[in-house]
Design a protein around this ligand. Structure first.
Ligand code: PRP
Length: 194
């Protein structure tokens, strides 16, 4: 099974490709937000990896804050009904906000977050997403800074999980979720450092 999974899994974005793309996005943000001291807002947990690397690569003053949310029903896929479990610590009123997401799929989560955060009257709000699964979109959302246009595949790594595992993969893998369900440890070889 492990062998089959190894053959079945495919590196979609390498560690180098991610680093390079994050660098480009950080440069764009640094240019666009120079002197604007933005607050980078992320949603736990998956976006934390991207947010940390993105922020490290910026060259301007900025702040960060987190929200924790949960979708009702506990389904694998977002149902668009979102409950805030942990709110922001910072007051975003009058400040420039960049909502940082690891992946935008249906757009339901992002659309809810944008309307919630907009009601707090930030000076501006834009979206930076590492992966844009645009073919899955149900609600249109404007993504100002986009890392990759992601194919409609199940992806893990760099913050993205399968049953809370594999967030610590340094690359992003495309996998068969069914096979991973049968053998949840099948991707362990990918965790080993070269
Ligand atoms: C992911 C991602 C977004 C949401 C996108 O989070 O971080 O918040 O799904 O899906 P949507 O566009 O269909 O609404 P997830 O629910 O996997 O939680 P996690 O970050 O804790 O893994």
């Amino acid at each position: 099974m492990l062998r089959r999974m190894e053959e079945g899994a495919r590196v979609l974005y390498t560690e180098d490709a991610i680093r390079q793309r994050v660098g480009v996005l950080a440069a764009e943000i640094s240019r666009d937000y120079a002197g604007r001291d933005p607050i980078l807002v992320s949603v736990l947990k998956g976006a934390a990896w991207f947010l940390a690397d993105l922020m490290k690569a910026t060259t301007i003053t900025c702040r960060m804050d987190f929200m924790a949310i949960s979708s009702y029903g506990g389904a694998e896929e977002s149902m668009g009904v979102v409950r805030i479990l942990q709110d922001l610590e910072l007051d975003i009123g009058g400040h420039h906000v960049i909502l940082v997401e690891d992946i935008v799929d249906t757009g339901l989560t992002l659309s809810y977050l944008l309307s919630t955060l907009s009601s707090r009257e930030p000076a501006s709000i834009s979206v930076c997403a590492l992966l844009d699964k645009s073919v899955r979109r149900i609600v249109p959302v404007e993504i100002r800074y986009r890392g990759f246009d992601c194919p409609d595949r199940f992806v893990v790594g760099y913050g993205l999980d399968h049953g809370e595992r594999y967030r610590n993969l340094r690359c992003i893998l495309e996998v068969d979720p069914g096979e991973l369900e049968e053998d949840p440890l099948a991707l362990v070889p990918y965790l080993e450092r070269p």
